[in-house]
Write a protein that binds this ligand. Structure first.
Ligand SMILES: NC(=O)c1ccc[n+]([C@@H]2O[C@H](COP(=O)([O-])OP(=O)(O)OC[C@H]3O[C@@H](n4cnc5c(N)ncnc54)[C@H](O)[C@@H]3O)[C@@H](O)[C@H]2O)c1
Length: 284
């Protein structure tokens, strides 16, 4: 098991990953590019833990010990110093991730595991800028990280099997279940989810079914905890459209071509909960 984790990026995913690790007894230093982003990530974690304390889900002693293991910084050198593993969760951009990995490769000893939380990008491409691609792999967490139990562990072309095994052990210690995925666009889970979302939009677009009936159908007929249409409104219609577009461009597979309904809804600012209207109306 690792003792110290470095998390790069203090956004939604970076803060979630840092929280899970400190709660499991690991020292974490989380790095972002500006103090205000670091502070935002740290306060997300403090708020989450504060609520747990209020509800009696954690003792005051444990709460303080957990926060005592957490540090924030804007210095990459400081964040990487002494870490056994690094998990990168900066924005989804290959060039930016490559820059971060090239820097980390120079700062961290070859035994340090370098993981990316990318949801769509090629691990092989990210690893290609490093001198030690054998210690680079993907750890794809799901949002919200403290709640979702799955992590996809993705091997690049040159990833060492021992690094994969060690990472799966770390994910287990974080309370997550890992599945091994190949370095293909969408890995395992998003290839399914994107099809489900596109099919739901297509049925609504063609007038075959209503949003309500699709959600009820999958909840009651297939035991899904939430319907695909509700999820799209929660994630953002634009976000789902971008994910489908990326998968379609990367695979060339017609089944991932986004339904025309997405562009239509984006044009009408029906982006989901965040704009008050998506497939459902939240104004009422
Ligand atoms: N949000 C999700 O549901 C989700 C789920 C799975 C995977 N992911 C992936 O996780 C990654 C992060 O996503 P997010 O939703 O947390 O994004 P986010 O925009 O919330 O956070 C990204 C953070 O990275 C910071 N950053 C940019 N350049 C940096 C650098 N050089 N060093 C350190 N920090 C830097 C930004 O300032 C920002 O705070 C992306 O690759 C995304 O595709 C996201």
């Amino acid at each position: 098991m690792i003792k110290k984790l470095c998390v790069i990026g203090a956004g939604t995913m970076g803060a979630g990953i840092a929280q899970v690790a400190v709660e499991k007894g690991v020292e974490v230093t989380m790095r972002d590019v500006e103090d205000r982003f670091v502070e935002k990530g740290l306060s997300t974690i403090r708020n989450f833990l504060g609520k747990k304390l209020e509800k009696g889900k954690v003792t005051k002693e444990d709460h303080d010990a957990i926060l005592g293991r957490l540090r924030g910084t804007t210095s990459l050198e400081e964040a990487a110093a002494g870490a056994d593993m690094v998990i990168e969760a900066v924005i989804e951009d290959t060039a930016l991730k490559q820059k971060v990995f090239a820097e980390l490769d120079g700062l961290c000893a070859p035994s340090v595991i370098l993981a990316s939380n990318t949801s769509t990008l090629s691990i092989t491409k990210i690893a290609s800028v490093t001198k030690h691609p054998e210690r680079v792999l993907g750890t794809h967490f799901f949002s919200p990280v403290p709640v979702m139990r799955l992590v996809e562990v993705i091997s690049g072309e040159k990833t060492d099997a021992k690094i994969v095994a060690a990472t799966i052990e770390v994910m287990g210690a974080f309370g997550k279940t890992a599945i091994k995925a190949k370095d293909v666009p969408g890995f395992i889970v998003n290839r399914f989810l994107c099809l489900l979302y596109n099919e739901a939009a297509d049925q609504i677009y063609k007038g075959y079914a209503t949003a309500q009936d699709i959600d009820l159908g999958l909840k009651l007929g297939s035991n899904h905890p939430m319907g695909p249409v509700e999820i799209m409104d929660m994630a953002g219609v634009d976000v789902v459209n971008n994910a489908l577009k990326a998968l379609f461009e990367m695979t060339g597979e017609e089944r991932y071509r986004p339904s025309p309904l997405f562009e239509q809804m984006i044009g009408e600012n029906r982006l989901g909960r965040k704009t008050g209207r998506g497939f459902y109306d939240y104004a009422k």
